[in-house]
Write a protein that binds this ligand. Sequence first.
Ligand SMILES: [Zn+2]
Ligand SMILES: [Zn+2]
Length: 185
Amino acid sequence: MKTNILVQYRGSGYDGCYWEWNYFYIDKQGTFHDIHSSGSAGIDNLKGALALIERDETHTYIYDLSNKQDIKAFSKETHPVHISGVLQWFNDNEDIEFFAVCSACGCRIDSCDDMIIEDKDLFCYDCYMAGECPCCESYIGQEGIVRVNPDEHYDHIWICIDCKEYHDGEREPDMFSGELREQRL
Ligand SMILES: [Zn+2]
Ligand SMILES: [Zn+2]
């Protein structure tokens, strides 16, 4: 029997029409742990778990947690909301190695407290901060953030291109009015 494995499989929703990802963990001693199970296809015991593994279905994924590559693969292939749920479970329940991987820098994130989920991505704090525009307070991505003169951009040093263009546009009318025009004359 395989041990120290995280298994992702299709459990079913309550009226049988929908499915959702369910998870269980079989620890190093071979003990079954139900991380999340739902509906009639949900599995809450070792017997059911072994039967599922035996059936070897297309939508059953087995991750060997003794292998770092498997843990990384899980983080890459799974929606961040689920990664966070599974990581939280390991944070709370088990003293075994498990982590999420930052979508931007690939660093290892050991705790749910150290990650930020943004749409389909999961970021470490550093990457999130580097890609967030402090002016419009939205996540843009590092490539969309530019350095600006804080005097012209409400004291922000780094802002997104849209905010920069917007501020630049706001200032333009001044060029043709009042002081500036007088200086030119
Ligand atoms: Zn990162
Ligand atoms: Zn912005």
